[in-house]
Design a protein around this ligand. Structure first.
Ligand SMILES: Cc1cc2nc3c(=O)[nH]c(=O)nc-3n(C[C@H](O)[C@H](O)[C@H](O)COP(=O)(O)OP(=O)(O)OC[C@H]3O[C@@H](n4cnc5c(N)ncnc54)[C@H](O)[C@@H]3O)c2cc1C
Length: 385
């Protein structure tokens, strides 16, 4: 297992619970650090895997606030509770759970290549601290995140188109006034072109404030950090920045091939992020779980993990989430084409709707009325044309 993020440790937990011998190689010194994430998850998503532990949760969210380009505010209750996690604790605890199930977690272990045989991938090479190592394995799992090289080394096409890679930056800001139970999103080409800006509270005086801009806009010269600095200067000029993180978000379709002989990809490495929201914690964990189920079935029966056999994982992913994932991808393409004027027009229509009648569905149907050509995109969404 290459990578100790939530996708990797979820695989490790379930494979180890089923009796497989698992080694997790993580290049960083600590699991869970640095945090390159807004840390937002839904209660329902988290509960697929674990009962939420209060230590993981910084804030519980039950409302959403959307701010349109001309600062029209739409706010309504969420049907589903959400959380802002503390991922340093969450990721660490996931690794502890995997270790308790029997997985070996090795930090400061940087994987720099694959071992191969005529049958396919059969291990990894790397360095732990300064010591080179080779580790043979019946199966290698690439859970090495958005910058994954494991897939590429194995000959899987993992390159992202510029339009499918968002450039994300986030600062944890303290000494500010925020409402602790609200997810706040700012939508405008001047705040975050081809993406959105978020304010995710971590209590009443602290928040993760970040944005992701589409790679196409990043190319045009103004870097994501400049958009964020301008927003902070405008909205929270007296906030103290406690940390800054930057990273790519693959808002793409899942890689066409999630497996090859002797190797599986999970999480960001396989592009399992929800392309509409950029959320990848839960979907990454889901892919880790599905991959583990397939690996257990093959390895416990002493079968060789050939590409053909491992494809069962790909099929399960597609059945459980993959089709929806493709729809979300097309929806993202449609929504990101809305202009600031169109976003304002939608917000103006919604602002007079009583909040108990507001929902994400209502917003979408209003968007359709405001921009009927979206219907064509929606038709494409469901027909796949
Ligand atoms: C700015 C930003 C905000 C985000 N906000 C949210 C959010 O609010 N909610 C949400 O659900 N998702 C969010 N995401 C996405 C989310 O962070 C990822 O989808 C999630 O972390 C993916 O989990 P993973 O286990 O696949 O990869 P990662 O968490 O990236 O873990 C990969 C691990 O592999 C290790 N690794 C990499 N290469 C090697 C190597 N060669 N050898 C050994 N180890 C290696 C890395 O050090 C890392 O620990 C955000 C992303 C960004 C960039």
């Amino acid at each position: 297992m290459v990578g100790g993020g939530p996708a990797g440790t979820t695989f490790a937990l379930h494979a180890a619970l089923a009796g497989l011998k698992v080694v997790v190689l993580e290049k960083d010194r600590d699991i869970g650090v640095p945090v390159r994430c807004g840390e937002a998850v839904s209660d329902a998503g988290l509960r697929i895997f674990h009962d939420p532990d209060p230590r993981w949760i910084r804030t519980t969210i039950d409302r959403i606030r959307l701010v349109s380009p001309d600062e029209t505010v739409i706010e309504f209750p969420l049907r589903e509770t959400g959380y802002i996690l503390d991922r340093r604790i969450f990721d660490y605890d996931l690794a502890v759970k995997a270790a308790e199930a029997g997985a070996l977690i090795v930090t400061k272990a940087y994987v720099n290549g694959l071992l191969t045989s005529p049958d396919g991938v059969c291990g990894v090479t790397g360095r732990q601290v300064q010591e080179p190592f080779q580790l043979r394995a019946r199966l290698v799992v690439g859970a090495d995140g958005v910058e994954s090289r494991v897939g590429r080394w194995a000959g899987i096409r993992t390159q992202l188109k510029l339009k499918d890679l968002e450039s994300g930056i986030q600062k944890t800001v303290s000494g500010i006034d925020v409402t602790p139970n609200i997810f706040e999103f700012y939508l405008s080409s001047s705040w975050a072109p081809g993406g959105y800006l978020w304010v995710f509270p971590k209590g009443k005086t602290m928040a993760n404030i970040g944005l992701a801009i589409n790679g196409v806009f990043a190319r045009d010269g103004k870097a994501a950090h400049r958009f964020l600095d301008e927003f902070l200067e405008w909205k929270y000029p007296n906030g103290a920045v406690l940390s800054t993180v930057a990273g790519g978000v693959p808002v793409a379709k899942t890689v066409r091939e999630m497996v090859t002989d002797g190797l599986m990809l999970v999480g960001d490495a396989a592009h399992t992020v929800n392309p509409l929201t950029g959320g990848g914690i839960i979907s990454g964990m889901r892919s880790g779980l599905l991959a583990a189920e397939t690996a257990v079935e093959i390895l416990k029966n002493n079968l060789r993990p050939t590409r053909e056999r491992l494809k069962a994982y790909e099929q399960k992913w597609y059945k459980i989430g993959g089709k929806n994932h493709e729809r979300l991808y097309r929806l993202k393409e449609a929504i990101y084409r809305l202009t600031d004027q169109e976003l304002d027009a939608i917000a103006h229509r919604l602002v007079s709707v009583p909040e108990d009648q507001l929902s994400l569905f209502k917003m979408f149907s209003t968007a359709l009325r405001t921009k009927p050509s979206l219907l064509i995109d929606v038709a494409r969404l469901f027909t796949g044309i």
